[in-house]
Design a protein around this ligand. Structure first.
Ligand SMILES: O=C(O)C1=C[C@@H](OP(=O)(O)O)[C@@H](O)[C@H](O)C1
Ligand SMILES: C=C(OP(=O)(O)O)C(=O)O
Length: 429
């Protein structure tokens, strides 16, 4: 536990910042580098706890991964060179590691046991275990394999045609990763488009993959070739500074080299809909991913409605969007976001509790939030719910509260953004 007391700084955010590498792309760079043949280099890798869980897992299966700061060198010898780990594999707090690795481990010719921290142990795994078992996987665990720890008896899998019952890129990716080494073809059909970094990186590593709208097909028994990956800045991390600059009087900042993949830029669309002064510039493509700079300055905000296909494009940004909504005139309604209930914590509950304690007018619904603004915020003691995004949202809130915000535990911030407080200090002038 690491408590933090924050007082309003009464100073604007100004200047430039390059946020750390994208978490989703960092995970995938390790996975594909380790499965491929040849040496993969990764630059601007996110040096956060979650991504290190993925690195450690492949090291435990015999893959050489050298890391110097945010630079990785992965010596891939192909999937068949992976060796049986002699100890249980630890997923830590990382849902992405858990779901994507299950898709790989299910088809490997050996036995593995896997576990996670207290939060991950409560998150549902049947969303990946069910389709993998339909492909022929043998996975056992509590509640029919819904909860970690799990035991996996790897076996040859068969392709599947699968309609995703949840809006989840992790489930989509797990099935595609299993399909890559299964017999026959695997097709995944989405109802709402979720982040597509797996598909993009599969193409960059030379995989045979067909994408038709929301339908993705991979051939089985494939071989991947090494690639050099540059990881764009994480828009989900940038979102905290975008929100801070939008609400702190006199702020004006520029965030550099931020990932702008369309499946992730919902936060920018919402900022625009709320009337924020936000400009995206110097957009270009690297390794199949879009990136560019984002400029934002403080301005008055108005409430908006966020729902449907927009939700997967900003799912991790909803806690910070809720804070923005407290400073917007009118009502902000967020619906179709029931997935928030199964993140690191129940984020509908956590956001409602934290913001209410700070004086906001927030109502939890089954699948989202209703925020009435604009309300002044006051200091109070709040919990982070062991969730990095709740801790960072409460920290940004403290910039505008009248009085101190005391967060019970900010240690989870290290899962996605170890230098968050240093970078926030850098922007506060
Ligand atoms: O695939 C990924 O990298 C992720 C997908 C999302 O989860 P779901 O697939 O559960 O929606 C997101 O919340 C998570 O932070 C990262
Ligand atoms: C939900 C998140 O991550 P994961 O599912 O990988 O734990 C997140 O980073 O907000």
């Amino acid at each position: 536990m690491k408590e933090l007391k924050l007082s309003a700084v009464n100073a604007p955010l100004q200047g430039e910042l390059e946020v750390p590498g994208d978490k989703s792309i960092s995970h995938r760079s390790v996975i594909f580098g380790a499965l491929a043949h040849g040496v993969t280099t990764v630059s601007h890798f996110l040096d956060g706890e979650d991504c290190m869980r993925t690195v450690d897992i492949f090291r435990a299966m015999g893959v050489s991964i050298d890391k110097e700061g945010s630079q990785l060198k992965i010596v891939g010898k192909g999937r068949q060179a992976l060796t049986e780990p002699t100890a249980p594999l630890y997923f830590g707090n990382s849902g992405t590691t858990a779901r994507l690795m299950l898709g790989i481990l299910a088809g490997l010719p050996f036995f593995t046991t896997v576990y996670g921290d207290a939060s991950l142990t409560k998150r549902p795994m049947n969303r990946v275990v069910d389709p993998l078992c339909q492909m022929g996987a043998h996975i056992d665990g509590r509640k029919d394999g819904n909860y970690l720890p799990l035991a996996i008896n790897g076996d040859t899998l068969s392709g599947i045609h699968y309609h995703l019952p949840v809006k989840s890129a992790q489930v989509k990716s797990a099935v595609l990763l299993a399909g890559l080494y299964a017999n026959g073809e695997t097709t995944v059909v989405e109802t709402s488009l979720t982040r597509n970094h797996t598909e993009t990186m599969l193409q960059a590593f030379g995989a045979d993959i067909e994408i038709e709208g929301k339908e993705i097909t991979v051939k089985g028994n494939q071989t991947l070739s090494a690639n050099d990956v540059y990881v764009p800045g994480d828009i989900s991390s940038a979102a905290f500074f975008l929100a801070a600059a939008a609400i702190v009087q006199g702020s004006s900042i520029r965030l550099l080299h931020v990932g702008l993949n369309e499946t992730r830029t919902g936060i920018i669309d919402v900022l625009k809909a709320m009337g924020a002064n936000v400009i995206v510039e110097e957009v270009h493509s690297k390794g199949g991913e879009l990136l560019g700079n984002i400029r934002i300055a403080q301005s008055p905000l108005i409430g908006t409605t966020i729902e449907g296909e927009m939700i997967p494009r900003l799912i991790d940004e909803i806690p910070i969007i809720a804070l923005l909504a407290t400073q917007a005139v009118g009502t902000t309604v967020i619906k179709d976001a029931e997935e928030l209930r199964v993140k690191e914590t129940d984020r509908i509950l956590a956001v409602t509790e934290v913001l209410t304690r700070l004086g906001a007018d927030v109502e939890a619904t089954d699948d989202g939030l209703i925020v009435h603004g604009k309300t002044p915020l006051t200091g109070n003691e709040v919990a982070s719910y062991h969730d990095h995004r709740i801790a960072m949202m409460a920290s940004v809130a403290s910039l505008i509260t009248n009085g101190e915000v005391i967060i019970d535990d900010i240690s989870p911030v290290a899962t996605s953004y170890p230098n968050f407080y240093k970078d926030l200090d850098h922007l506060i002038k």
